[in-house]
Write a new protein. Structure first.
Length: 117
C-alpha cells in the first residue's frame, strides 16, 4: 500500500515528539518496517517521499533490436527469433504483443474464402 507524503510526515512528527517506532506502528496501524525505513530516509535526506521508480531494463529482448530483426526477417518463426535472442518463443510472442506487431501468416481474405467452400 502506498502512503501519502502527508501521512508519512505525521508519523515522523509523532516520532519527533518522543514516541517509539513500535508505538507509531500500533497508533497508525502500519508495519514496523515501513516506520523504520521512513525514519532512516527522513534522518538522511529530511524527506519521506518515495523514490521515483527505476527505469525498466530489458533482460533479453531489446524492443528496438526486436523490431529491426522482424523487419529483416519478416517470415521468421517465433522459435527462430527466440533462438536468435536466446529466449523462449513465449517471451518473443509477449514482446511482439507489447510492440503491437502481429505474426499472422495468412491474410484474413484467404481464410474466409477457404471457409466458404
Amino acid at each position: 500500500m502506498a502512503y501519502s507524503e502527508d501521512f508519512r510526515i505525521k508519523v515522523m512528527e509523532y516520532l519527533d515528539r518522543g514516541h517509539t517506532q513500535r508505538e507509531a506502528r500500533s497508533t497508525f496501524n502500519i508495519s514496523l518496517t515501513a516506520v523504520n525505513s521512513w525514519r532512516q530516509k527522513y534522518k538522511k535526506t529530511g524527506e519521506v517521499k518515495d523514490d521515483p521508480p527505476t527505469p525498466r531494463k530489458h533482460k533479453k529482448l531489446d524492443p528496438e533490436k526486436l523490431k529491426a530483426y522482424v523487419q529483416e526477417h519478416p517470415d521468421a518463426y517465433l522459435k527462430e527469433i527466440g533462438k536468435a535472442f536466446g529466449c523462449s518463443d513465449t517471451a518473443v510472442h509477449k514482446a511482439l504483443e507489447r510492440l503491437g506487431i502481429t505474426r499472422k501468416k495468412r491474410l484474413s481474405g484467404i481464410a474466409n474464402k477457404s471457409r466458404n467452400r
